[in-house]
Design a protein around this ligand. Structure first.
Ligand code: OSB
Ligand code: MG
Length: 368
């Protein structure tokens, strides 16, 4: 496929319900989308950078500038046999993994389309249904959180993850466990704790959590390793893992027993597969994380989750949990037993609603 031109879009979409983590509350997403105009048609990718540099350094404004100034010019006008061939062309740019992933993932969709194979097969997937969990943000009251959990369990979701932070943790987890002693339950701190909290984090042990996600600093392995030695509960790393080399280092140090793979965080499908493979070799299960994606990014997560070492339910859930109207057709749906059936059609198996994207766009830029 040849990339003849690229259009960047910035769209704005209100969330059905606000989402709050230890670093803040979001009511409305602002999202950068990349549309590759190829000789085989348009292919879309989502940049999962946030509205602010709080989850990671990357955010939409610098993603846009880096895409327009460096990354798109590195690939536009070029021809590719395989999507992964764009990775070395963008390698000169340090970091900006979410921006790179938007381009690479769009190219994977284009390659699947061109070769007339479902994306999951092209990625090396081995299953046609994936297990779904949900990530539930911090609420105003514990009662509201319990109500949300009730709703998600009734919808069939197989694992509940709740966001925690100091003062919204032990008591909250105790209430959940009192009501649901048996469910698969995990928590995600998004780096809200530090060395002084090791004792406090030990109080989480009694809740029989599947994992504690990223309790300590976003760029740390060493202190996570110290913490993991103290805990029976598995630590899962999210923010800290930027690539397969990080995964190797973290596992050698014993910093975690589970890894959350986010394709945007690691810079695209090629690197996501490498992280998956390193973990598989080390008998470390992975699961697919989410970044409150629109359908464009969600569909890439769905296909990636079909690889064999995605052994735990991911944060890949139905479109309707986030959006009144998603920008793909059909919307991503979850069965009553908490699974997503992965399409067998060529490409992603979903249509991108370009008319709706045009309506939602606050800014566009085409680069030839
Ligand atoms: O840490 O997994 C995270 C959302 C935004 C930023 C970071 C995270 C999250 C989530 C949401 O947990 C997962 C989802 O998309 O539902
Ligand atoms: Mg996380």
């Amino acid at each position: 496929m040849k990339i003849e031109a690229v259009t960047l879009h910035e769209i704005r979409m209100p969330l059905v319900h606000f989402f709050e983590t230890s670093f803040g509350r979001t009511y409305e997403r602002e999202i950068v989308l990349v549309c590759l105009h190829t000789d085989g048609g348009n292919a879309w990718g989502e940049c999962v950078a946030g509205e602010n540099p709080y989850y990671s350094e990357e955010w939409i404004e610098d993603a846009w500038a880096t895409l327009a100034t460096f990354l798109v010019p590195a690939v536009v006008g070029k021809s590719f046999d395989k999507a992964g061939e764009c990775v070395p062309l963008m390698a000169k740019v340090r970091g900006h993994r979410m921006a790179k992933a938007a381009i690479e993932n769009a190219l994977w969709a284009a390659e699947a389309e061109e070769k007339k194979v479902p994306l999951w097969k092209l990625l090396g997937g081995t299953r046609k249904r994936i297990e779904c969990g949900v990530s539930i943000g911090i609420q105003d009251t514990v009662e509201q959180l319990l109500e949300k959990i009730e709703t998600e369990l009734a919808a069939g979701y197989r694992r509940i993850k709740v966001k925690v932070k100091p003062k919204w943790d032990v008591q909250v987890l105790a209430c959940i466990r009192e009501r649901w002693p048996e469910i698969l339950l995990s928590c995600d701190a998004n780096s809200a704790y530090s060395l002084e909290d090791f004792g406090h984090l030990s109080d989480f042990e009694r809740f029989n959590l599947l994992m504690i996600e990223q309790p300590l600093w976003n760029d740390d392995f060493y202190f996570h390793a110290r913490l993991q030695k103290k805990l029976k509960t598995s630590i899962c790393l999210d923010e800290s893992i930027r690539n397969a080399r990080d995964a190797t280092a973290a596992l050698e140090l014993g910093a975690c027993r589970i890894i959350n793979v986010k394709v945007g965080r690691v810079g695209g499908m090629t690197q996501a597969i490498k992280v998956h493979d390193v973990c598989q070799k080390n008998n470390i299960p992975v699961w697919c994380g989410g970044m409150l994606e629109t359908g464009v990014g969600r569909v890439h997560n769905v296909h990636l989750s079909t690889l064999p070492n995605f052994k735990l339910p991911g944060d890949v859930s139905a479109s309707k949990r986030y959006w009144k109207e998603d920008i793909i057709e059909p919307a991503v749906e979850v069965t009553a037993d908490g699974m997503i059936n992965v399409p067998d059609a060529p490409g992603t198996g979903f249509r991108v609603n370009e008319r709706l994207i045009a309506k939602l766009s606050k800014r566009t830029q085409t680069i030839r």
